[in-house]
Design a protein around this ligand. Sequence first.
Ligand code: FES
Length: 136
Amino acid sequence: MAESHRVDLVAAFPPGERRIVVPFRGRAGIGVFNIAGAYHALRNICPHKSGPLCTGRVTGRAIATAPPSGRPLDDAGYQIERDGEIIRCPWHLWEFEIATGRCLVDPTVRVKTYPTAIEDGWVVVYADEADLPPQP
Ligand code: FES
């Protein structure tokens, strides 16, 4: 059964920030992200080779605007879409959609997500007891 865990006060957890909930005894924990006021939680284990996914860079998708041979030299040739909605694993740079856990490199791969809520002014994550710190 899922247990709840208070991550941080809403007032102290603004858009663009993240918190890592670390259970104990070296478990990987859960990354909680505030994307434009919506809170999302992911397991901090990359499904590729078990890297610490949620410690990676939060970024967007680079989308090509033209083939390399068809653009002027002063044009970078790409634009960033969905900035702040993608997490890039620090180990081999696979990218995941934070809101869904879907891998952008391989759509058949997904990282576990957890429900979040706002309760009494706190950001709360729901997860199995083994994934959370011990209750005080
Ligand atoms: S462990 Fe995350 S991309 Fe390889």
